[in-house]
Design a protein around this ligand. Structure first.
Ligand code: EPZ
Length: 430
């Protein structure tokens, strides 16, 4: 199993190209199930989760053609991929596939909308929380679907003439359930109004792509989304938006190690709250024409409290990375996680590097220390793993991050991007 070996202490200087967003690419790929024409997606990141979803979509009958590396800029390896689902070959998403990646549960929306039925395995919990699917099932029921749970599977059936437009208010914001309801409603009869919808940029990106395919969606990016059903969708060409979590992760790495890095191909507007928080820690951040520049020259990292919230609040997907930064602050900070109930697995691993963190329910109290010292560490999810990489970059000596497959799910060419900025990072294969 691969490991990442980091020798800490170097400031980061240079340019890091930001990839297409994993969490936008996944629902966009799933949207290809809604049409018999070709959906072409540009700027698709080369990640294990994307490859995994391609296998799952292939099982449903999607024909996938991958273009070679794009030549737009020297460092950009993100690809253009064509997805064509002439007919749905199978309306079942089996346990073996769904249990490997939660987002594959989302195929339930398009399958139900296009074929009138879907049999999709319940995904089960995961390392960061129980993550139930009750909101998906309520939303689909509101659209007229008949839902039955049998043998670990959700059997969903649409009414005879197809799904029916409806008004539904989510009792809690869910990114995935908003994606699914939006996709299902595009082909429903009549108008659907989704209230308390997720406002994440990825939901807006999905709506923009669906509209390019002929859907009639308005209000995406706000709390109320209106979808007027249409009879069918066509193909389209769409560019996946930049990865705001990758952007924030590298920004935090620079805030921690010091240095001067330009993040190319991204957009500061995608993560205002996180960038404002980073400014308060002492980093200088300026928007450039093609991305943003982050500089930290001072010695001190100021302590700042954060609470994770749905967009536009501070993202849960940057919580672990921010905690890594706060381990070296010059005081005490409090980090409260409100989205997932078990997203503090990095705490014990950061402690192995010398961090002083105590947990009380959903709040972590982080007392900054003057130095971290390298150690072998591992984590059980993607963002926790990368927080250990960030801490390793600032720690004295050698840190070995085990279970690199978590990083490969969501960070394209991580070690290459960091190495080009002067970090000592290498992948060790066994
Ligand atoms: C998306 O997950 C992201 N995944 C997550 O990123 C991200 O952490 C999360 O949104 C929150 O921003 C993808 O986009 C692929 P939710 P999702 O439904 O859609 C509860 C990463 O590291 N809930 O918004 O699964 C749920 O348990 C990943 O890239 C219900 O109670 O998240 C959680 O507490 C991790 N019932 C909260 O809502 C439901 O039916 C928000 O989850 C659905 C969700």
């Amino acid at each position: 199993m691969d490991r990442i070996r980091i020798t800490g202490g170097n400031a980061l200087r240079g340019i890091i190209p930001i990839s297409g967003a994993k969490n936008a690419a996944l629902p966009l790929m799933i949207a290809s199930l809604l049409t018999s024409d070709t959906l072409t997606l540009e700027n698709v990141p080369h990640l294990a989760d994307v490859e995994g979803l391609m296998r799952i979509l292939g099982n449903h009958g999607v024909d996938i053609a991958v273009n070679g590396r794009r030549e737009r800029q020297e460092n950009d390896y993100s690809r253009t991929i064509h997805f064509t689902c002439r007919t749905i070959a199978d309306t079942t998403a089996p346990y073996e596939l769904v249990s490997k990646m939660r987002a594959s549960f989302w195929v339930i929306g398009p399958l139900l909308a296009r074929e009138g039925r879907a049999r999709v395995s319940l995904p089960g919990g995961c390392a960061i929380g129980t993550r139930p699917v009750d909101l998906f099932l309520e939303a689909l029921t509101a659209l007229g679907a008949d839902i039955e749970i049998d043998g670990g599977y959700v059997n969903a059936t649409a009414p005879k003439g197809g799904l029916l437009g409806a008004r539904y208010r989510f009792p809690k914001v869910s990114v995935g359930a908003t994606h699914v309801m939006m996709m299902a409603a595009t082909l429903a009869n009549g108008t659907t109004v989704i209230e308390n919808a997720a406002r994440e940029p990825e939901a807006l990106d999905l709506a923009n792509c669906l509209n390019a395919m002929g859907a009639k969606i308005s209000g995406a990016g706000t709390k109320t989304i209106t979808v007027e059903g249409v009879a069918s969708l066509s193909g389209a060409r769409h560019r996946v938006l930049p990865d705001r979590i990758e952007t924030g992760t590298y920004a935090m790495a620079v805030a921690m190690t010091g240095g001067d890095v330009t993040l190319e191909g991204t957009d500061a507007a995608l993560l205002e709250t996180a960038l404002d928080t980073l400014r308060q820690t002492g980093a200088e951040i300026t928007a450039t024409e093609t991305g943003l520049r982050i500089v930290r020259t001072g010695d001190r990292i100021m302590p700042v409290d954060v609470v994770t919230e749905p967009f536009p609040g501070f993202p849960t997907d940057l919580q672990a990375q921010f905690m890594a930064l706060m381990t070296r602050s010059s005081g005490v900070s409090h980090i409260t996680e409100t989205i997932f109930e078990n997203r503090f697995m990095h705490v014990q691993e950061l402690a192995r590097l010398g961090a002083r963190i105590s947990l009380s329910g959903q709040m972590a109290r982080v007392e900054g220390v003057s130095r971290l010292k390298g150690a072998p560490v591992m984590a059980t999810d993607l963002r926790a793993s990368v927080s250990l990489v960030i801490a390793g970059l600032a720690a004295e000596g050698e840190t070995v991050v085990n279970r690199v497959y978590h990083l490969d799910r969501g960070f394209e060419r991580l070690e290459e991007k960091l190495t080009r900025c002067g970090a000592l990072v290498e992948r060790v294969s066994e």
